[in-house]
Design a protein around this ligand. Structure first.
Ligand code: SIN
Ligand code: CO
Length: 373
């Protein structure tokens, strides 16, 4: 891969100030000379796997069809207007991961995945909008994008995919390999392949407050502490036995109001929640793991690297990896923050690790969360 200009002439800070969540940005030759990171055959192999999220969309006589993966066989290359989309390519391919991580001027907690689409001439997913920001990087062939800032986001009913009822494009661009288009959330767009093409979507993650709230209540289940049990030593004779006593409700309300959460509870919840692997992500540890002693010797030379599937975050004294949280001391923090930011630790750094960190690294190695560098 040649040197990335990625945002053209503007800096990440300018991009975030002027475009992010605000307006589209077309960057010609964001990655000069960009070539697909994996060939169609490799993409088709990924789409065959159970745990890889993929879709096949075809248009036959103007009718939209969608099939969820695994995709056993693709339509003929000569058949027009079909597209295959493979989500999370970064979880399975080092180069795809490296591309996604070029976008780390946006924090990991907001980065989602790299989706790769392949389409034959005329193929696309139709005019739609997404709830998330997206960078659409043209990887191979040409795609014509029509985009618009319309307010009317009503969808055609009864279709297997989201298609805008009244698409009113305002701008049109043909993207060639290396060109990239940024779109803010809810911006209407339609990309149609001109000849066969591949497009890479760098996607972001913005959890809904409802999702967070539900998960937070579950999280809090494990930590609320409400001692005592309802009692009514002053109980009056029940006039209407089926009626819940007023005193009972008042007392319970008072007790329930004692449920409290601190900023630290929220920090731990957010870190665990956002580092939780997606439901279809499975880790495989080494078939023949080294013993702890051999592991320590080896990593002190070679270092360790986070698995492509590992999500590691931190805040304050808390470190989060794949849904688990750890409160760690100052010295260990420096090392673990480095691992989270760099996604690798050199042998020299590992050699200076405390016993606690070494033990954690060894467990993570056995679980497939980190690997020998
Ligand atoms: C595609 O790659 O065909 C679709 C990407 C998108 O519109 O979000
Ligand atoms: Co889209």
């Amino acid at each position: 891969m040649k040197k990335l200009t990625l945002l053209g002439d503007i800096t990440p800070a300018q991009f975030l100030r002027d475009y992010w969540h605000k307006k589209p940005l077309l960057i010609r030759q964001a990655i000069p000379g960009f070539k697909p990171l994996l060939p169609l055959t490799a993409l088709a192999e990924l789409a065959k796997l159970n745990h890889v999220e993929s879709r096949l969309i075809t248009q036959v006589d103007g009718e939209w069809n969608m099939q969820h993966g695994p995709i056993e066989a693709l339509p003929a290359a000569t058949q027009k207007a079909w597209t295959m989309l493979v989500q999370g390519a970064n979880l399975y391919d080092k180069k795809a991961d490296a591309l996604l991580r070029e976008f780390r001027f946006i924090p990991d907690a907001r980065l989602d995945d790299l989706m790769i689409s392949y389409a034959t001439d005329g193929g696309g997913v139709g005019p739609h909008f997404d709830s998330y920001d997206v960078f659409l990087l043209q990887a191979h062939g040409k795609r014509r994008w029509r985009i618009g800032a319309q307010k009317d986001l009503s969808l055609v009913e009864g279709l297997p995919l989201k298609i805008l009822k009244n698409f009113k494009p305002q701008e049109e661009f043909v993207l060639e390999p290396g060109d990239m288009l940024y779109l803010p959330p809810h911006y209407a767009h339609d990309g149609v392949a001109e000849g066969e093409c591949m497009t890479y979507s760098i996607g972001f993650r913005s959890p809904s407050y409802q999702e967070l709230g539900e998960a937070f209540l579950q999280f809090m289940c494990d930590s609320i502490d409400l001692p005592g049990r309802y009692a009514d030593p002053e109980l009056d004779v029940a006039k209407n036995p089926a009626e819940i006593p007023k005193h009972m409700l008042a007392t319970i309300t008072e007790e329930m109001n004692k449920v409290r959460f601190t900023e630290e509870d929220v920090t731990i919840f957010v870190g665990e929640h956002l580092s939780e692997p997606k439901h279809n992500v499975f880790f495989t540890g080494p078939a023949k793991p080294l013993t702890m002693g051999r592991f320590a010797e080896t990593v002190a030379k070679r270092g360790v690297v986070l698995s492509l599937k590992s999500q590691m975050l931190y805040r304050g004294k808390h470190v989060f990896i794949n849904g688990e949280s750890f409160a760690v001391g100052r010295a260990d923090k420096v090392l673990l923050d480095t691992l989270a930011n760099e996604r690798v630790l050199t042998g020299t750094l590992v050699a200076g690790a405390s016993d606690d960190v070494m033990e954690a690294l060894y467990t993570w190695y056995q679980d497939g969360w980190v690997e020998l560098a």
